[in-house]
Ligand binder design. Sequence first.
Ligand code: UDP
Length: 487
Amino acid sequence: MLIIPLMCPGHLIPMVDMAKLLAQQSVTVTIVITPRNAERYGSVLDRAIASGLPIHIFQLRFPTTENGLPNGCESIDDLPTFSLAKNFYGASAMLQKPLEDGFNELKPRPSCIISDKHLSWTADVAEKFQLPWVIFDGMSCFTQLATHNLCVSKVHEHMAESEPFVLPGLPDKITMTKSQLPLLFNSGNSARGKELNSIREKIRATELGAYGIIINSFEELEKRYIDEYRKIKQGRVWCIGPFSNSNENDLDKAQRGSNEPINNHYCLKWLDSQHKSSVIYACLGSLTRLTPPQFIELALGLEDSKIPFILVVKGGSRTDEIEKWLVEDGYENRLKGRGVLVRGWAPQVLILSHSAVGAFLTHCGWNSTIEGICAGLPMITWPQFAEQFYNERLAVQVAGTGVEVGAKRAMQLEDEDGVGIQVKRDDVCNAATRVISEGPEAETRREKAKYFKEMAEKVLEEGGSSQLNLKLFIQDIMLHTNKGIAG
Ligand code: UDP
């Protein structure tokens, strides 16, 4: 199978995990990757290959300079500004020709392409070589179903921005506002919004022609949503997650998305000194860049809660302002062992699995959401953009393991000035206190979280639902290939 990821951590990380899961079933897998990403994800891949897994790497140069991107900028989280997202997609599309040129060198010849759905051009590659085009977009069946139903019903089109309405056709009564929907349904009127939306619409149209879809989720987490979505997709929905559980040793967990040997990271040492389930881990994914005023509210809210915490501080165009505040306000000094700031990349899955961590403050990217669920942690949910408000609803209402921080509207990732202060320090402090508290409500949430962790541990074992789906997927592709040969 040929795996073609979008070069972005939230997409590449799970696709590397997926490559391992397939290879563990003796499927020969080739993963397309660019040089900088080969470095970044290389340690994990090299270890998998050295352990005997049939994984090959197909390296293609990423055409940065031709597309107005800085040299070496091969991942969306490396973009100096998200206004270059369109250039990044342009560069990604230029991988088509070298991929097609090199296709016949792939041994054995792939019987299927599994591509990130955002790379619409890979559908043409699949057609050219007469292969089934299976997509992966790193989102839940809840999201897939909600998106499908909105595309069909268009109920949101008649809603005012902040008017709550029930999402149509879902197994639970889920209420949202138009301003919380992904940008496909709410692109605004700016020229850039419209331009990006035309890319999104093309992706959506192409996606409808996919042979099937692989989902990083598992039956026990969102069964009714999976069942409904399967009806729409003629059954070809394979939930083979949680992918992060494919990383068994600490080094693989630590190096997901980074080639640094960070399993002895200082924050892990600090966690060793903390009480069981006492710490909040706060990280808003790889792409979110809070504005300095919004970051300050988050930082102060955590401080006010008096709960020990780890806060991940991401780089970005306004990092200097954040760093200045951290010094001038004396924030970092004040923490004095009660909190730790991690600048840059945090070994998230390893941190989440540490027994001292008691809750996860997350932006509800799907990877982070499912990683939090697999770690058995209650979550403080602060969705930022894309489908993250759906994931919040899934965590809070369906799984019952999340508490909302109170975000009201989705941002445009490209809108680097943000939408003002959405969440105040009191909101952060209150949600954190509710989650960590010892009352019955928090206890029930912890029990539910523990239940999902136990489920997640079983599904990829022999006889587990995801293991079964993995086998069904491979069988389906083999049957399809054999039919093609016979025909
Ligand atoms: N991640 C990490 N360390 C960080 C930030 C993110 O390991 O400092 C990983 C995280 O574990 C997850 C992925 O990056 O696997 C982020 O994906 P997600 O879908 O949660 O959010 P996105 O970054 O796409 O918004």
